[in-house]
Design a protein around this ligand. Structure first.
Ligand code: F6R
Length: 604
């Protein structure tokens, strides 16, 4: 997962690299390091822990060089420590790496047998050795890098410095994310757009197995045979301000609050003034008999809701699978199956591999992703981009509601396409979608009520989340949000399944968060809540405004505006996001960078 950044130009690069890493820290935060070429020689500083621990080292460094690389790490091989922190150096070569070298054990033992000495436990260090060996045999930097990458198995995005070259850096990629930024007299490499977007919006996306030479005035891209490839930069429209906290205590709170704007941006341009879905530019197969949704984590829960939406509007059977399961289970696919992948980052390793598997078998793949030109859209048959803007908090919030918006529009479109949804009903549903951003606003405006509830329950050691129908995945999502940022155990359950086991957990110490809007499941959920109340359980209910029956049953109540049942999850998720946020903030855990996690999961 890790983040890499590199700069060459005329400015002192150390602060540019540090600033870039601060935008990538969401990718990993167990150690960090920077190397700058000073008087033709690479000088490295490193620190264990968060990037802030590197700051005193940077202040002491006195760096003045104009070419350098940086790294923020999420440990895969070797514990978090200064020794294992990147950059890694061997002889004249210094590298930063995001990815995993699968054959590093065999390469390392061979290198050791030839007398090479290693100073870390990482898989990365072998890369520095291999390139250094190439140089010492008289190869040019490009030849040495190409010879090295040919011997590697696995995934990599690399930034490379070589002593003696004071204004050139090299990069290479295979399956790990890497972008190249270009500007007048300065050029950049980075794992992701936020790292450089305050400096340039002109970006090139290298492909797998390419090697790149970057100097202040030129970016040259080569294939494995070192033939030069021309690629035109693209302009990125993300606004740098959206990648800042903007006065909020945490990115997560900012991103929860941004949901009305993010959803409006996702639906804008996809609905006409007559409230019809505008699907131009997104191709779908002609005769869809089955839909298979693949995703991980929060995106998988969006997929579960997508199943309800598509089955309701289009009457097409939908299956939802964890990408990590799908790819290994030899699924049955045919030309009439539409595969929808959902991924905020567009680079989750399991989802990417699942899409590639699906394409191999000839299936049509539609990606729903938030990051333009990320890997999953690039390998998919067609793409539907959400416009949530950069999501920095590790816990996904605004990306999720935008995924739901995209799935809803896909469901309505498929409904019209299959003839299962009358135009009049489609127009009514789209009209209702238009009202969601302002309804989201009204929930966020009442966030202080959730804060009070969070304070009351912050010391609980476990939570149960229950709901039925489309809101059942919101119970799962609420439990996931709480677990990942507050480290409190929580479970999401279909309310009707309580009596088959989990009801044994109920006592006065177990808060039960229940999502119970006034829809077709309402009375059933109320009955389940009565069963909880009869056993002394504490009920935190998320219900529809004006519902007086639930007010009598619930210990704590949060009310949301009414909407069409198919759109309810876009509203019911906000209180569970806020509950997790405030509990975590009260407990003092690291909301934006919870332990053991990283934003883009680019390892299997
Ligand atoms: C949880 C969370 C993760 C991601 C999952 C998939 O808050 O963010 O569960 O949803 O890692 O990531 P993407 O959507 O980037 O494929």
């Amino acid at each position: 997962m890790c983040g890499i950044v590199g700069y060459t130009g005329s400015k002192n690069c150390s602060s540019i690299l540090f600033e870039g890493l601060s935008k990538l820290e969401y990718r990993g935060y167990d150690s960090a390091g920077i190397t700058v070429i000073e008087n033709s020689k690479a000088i490295t500083i490193k620190a264990q822990g968060k990037l802030s621990n590197l700051k005193p080292e940077l202040d002491k460094s006195g760096f003045t060089g104009t070419c350098g690389i940086g790294h923020t790490r999420w440990a895969t091989h070797g514990k978090p420590s200064v020794e294992n922190a990147h950059p890694h150096t061997s002889g004249r070569v210094t590298v930063v790496h995001n990815g995993i070298i699968e054959n590093y054990v065999e390469l390392k033992s061979h290198l050791i047998s030839t007398g090479r000495i290693f100073s870390s436990e990482t898989d990365t260090e072998i890369i520095a050795h291999l390139i250094d060996i190439g140089l010492s045999k008289g190869k040019t930097p490009l030849e040495a890098i190409a010879a090295c990458t040919v011997s590697l198995k696995g995934t990599w995005a690399l930034g490379i410095l070589i002593d003696g070259y004071s204004d050139t850096l090299w990069a290479a990629r295979n399956q790990s994310p890497l972008i190249l930024g270009t500007s007048s007299g300065e050029n950049f490499i980075a794992s992701d757009i936020p790292a450089i977007m305050s400096l340039t919006n002109s970006v090139i996306f290298p492909e797998d197995n390419e090697i790149i030479e970057v100097s202040p005035d030129k970016i040259s891209i080569f294939n494995e045979q070192l033939e030069e490839i021309r690629r035109t930069p693209q302009t990125i429209l993300w606004n740098p301000v959206t990648a800042e906290k903007g006065g909020y205590k945490h990115f997560m709170l900012k991103e929860i609050s941004e949901q009305p704007r993010a959803l409006s941006d996702t639906i804008a341009g996809r609905i006409t003034s007559e409230d019809l879905i505008y699907f131009d530019g997104i191709e779908l197969p002609l005769n869809i008999k089955r839909v298979l949704i693949i995703a991980c984590g929060t995106s998988y829960y969006a997929g579960l809701i997508g199943k309800y939406m598509i089955e309701n509007t289009a009457r097409i059977p939908v299956e939802v699978d964890f990408a990590s399961e799908f790819r290994y289970r030899n699924p049955v696919l045919d030309a009439n199956t539409l595969i929808i992948s959902i991924s905020q980052s567009g680079e989750t390793a399991d989802t990417l591999a699942a899409v590639k598997e699906a394409r191999k078998s000839g299936a049509f793949t539609l990606s729903i992703s938030n990051v333009i030109n990320s890997q999953i859209p690039r390998v998919s048959s067609s793409s539907f981009y959400t416009h949530a803007g950069p999501e920095i908090g590790v816990a996904s919030t605004k990306a999720f509601t935008c995924q739901l918006g995209a799935l809803f529009m896909t469901a309505v479109h498929l409904g019209i396409k299959t003839g299962s949804l009358e135009q009049k009903e489609a127009i009514r549903l789209v009209g209702e979608l238009r009202t969601i951003p302002s309804k989201m606003h009204s929930i966020i405006d009442q966030g202080a009520q959730i804060k009070v509830i969070a304070r009351r329950y912050m010391s609980s050691t476990g939570f149960l989340y229950i709901a039925r129908g489309l809101n059942y995945p919101i119970a799962l999502e609420g439990a996931l949000k709480l677990k990942e940022i507050s480290y409190i155990h929580a479970e999401g359950y279909p309310a009707g399944e309580m009596k088959h086991g989990p009801i044994a957990l109920i006592d006065e110490n177990l808060p039960v968060v229940s999502i119970v809007p006034k829809n077709g499941y309402y009375q059933k959920v109320v009955s389940n809540l009565e069963e909880v109340r009869a056993r002394g359980g504490k009920i935190i209910a998320i219900a529809t405004r004006g519902d007086s029956e639930i007010a009598d049953i619930a210990t704590d109540l949060f009310q949301i505006p009414d909407t069409d049942p198919l759109l309810e999850p876009l509203l019911t998720v906000i209180p569970v996001q806020l509950l997790a946020y405030y509990i975590s903030d009260f407990k003092g855990t690291d909301v934006d960078q919870p332990r053991n996690l990283a934003k883009s999961v680019t390892v299997e």
